[in-house]
Design a protein. Structure first.
Length: 318
């Protein structure tokens, strides 16, 4: 570790000295030469303090999750052993995870796991990390989906949307489309992990370009919708680590809504539904896009924070 001007000594429960170099904790010689160990609860406290000093907003939660990940255990088991002496290998592993997280590498890129709609999904740097707000999109679509329906997930990414729907609706089938080969590998991994690979087809395509003579009851999409000029204002975790192509929705953030709404008409059954996740300030504009493309029964739904999050419309019957 590098040295620094500011050295702040901390005292571990077992008497071992720890020196904080501008947020980097160094265990001094007696910790090793005298084989002194610390308790898991103290190790977590150290991790929490490092993350807090490095402006990680969820420092308390993340320090806990990374320790559980290092231990390969759950919270219940951790609580039973929190006052046990920590194994040196676990200590080193945990602090290496903390070192990554303090650099604003997302928690999910360290653990490669994200819980979404009650299911555990594999994630990496090639896909947008699923957001809890997107669960509202799944919830609203499920209200309209019937047994046997065929569903298209446009811009599928990790596959969390379509896979969650297939898990909840056992007799449905789905198609996931993405322009990224690497994203489709992640979606495929998740479809196998969650045992729906026999009911989903994954297709590499620039929107509908490679889709041939298929018809769907439901089309659902969480497309890129951040305005190009707003990307730099996003948190480091998002702008530096989520794929740019999964974020940028063009100059006004509406590029993909226009394209998908227009092109979906060829593939959506009459009376079928199109569902979009939207940015908090895009509801009016997306509603107008749907109306312009002959969708009716437009609905706008809010997330748990009260922000507009989902816009849906019904394909008119002629």
């Amino acid at each position: 570790m590098t040295s620094s001007i500011r050295d702040t000594e901390l005292k571990a429960d077992n008497g071992a000295n720890i020196i904080d170099y501008n947020g980097e904790l160094r265990f001094i010689l007696q910790l090793y030469f005298f084989n002194i160990s610390m308790k898991y609860v103290k190790l977590r406290e150290i991790g929490k303090n490092i993350l807090k000093e490095n402006n990680i907003s969820d420092y308390d939660f993340d320090s806990k999750e990374l320790l559980l990940f290092a231990l390969k255990t759950d919270l219940k088991d951790y609580l039973l052993k929190m006052n046990d002496e920590c194994e040196k290998s676990i200590e080193e592993k945990y602090l290496s995870y903390i070192d990554k997280r303090k650099k604003h590498i997302p928690l999910q890129h360290i653990t490669h796991e994200m819980n979404f709609y009650g299911y555990s999904f594999y994630v990496n740097k090639d896909v947008l990390i699923p957001r809890f707000d997107t669960e509202i999109l799944v919830e609203e679509a499920l209200k309209k989906i019937k047994s046997g329906d065929k569903i298209l997930d446009m811009c599928t990414g990790s596959g969390c949307i379509i896979i969650s729907i297939l898990k909840k609706k056992g007799k449905t089938k789905g198609v996931g489309i993405d322009i990224s080969d690497k994203a489709l590998l992640v979606a495929n991994k998740n479809s196998k992990k969650l045992l729906v690979s026999d009911r989903i087809k994954l297709i590499k395509s620039d929107l509908f370009n490679e889709l041939k003579e298929m018809e769907f009851d439901i089309i659902i999409s969480n497309p890129p919708y951040i305005r190009e000029a707003d990307i730099d204002s996003l948190s480091d975790e998002v702008k530096c680590y989520d794929p740019y192509i999964a974020l940028c929705g063009g100059e006004d953030g509406l590029y993909f809504y226009r394209k998908i709404a227009k092109e979906s008409k060829k593939f959506l059954k009459q009376g079928g539904y199109l569902f979009f996740e939207i940015g908090y300030d895009e509801a009016k504009a997306v509603k107008e896009i749907l109306l312009k493309n002959d969708f009716c029964d437009i609905e706008i739904k809010s997330d748990l924070n009260g922000f507009n999050r989902v816009v849906s419309g019904k394909n008119k019957k002629f």
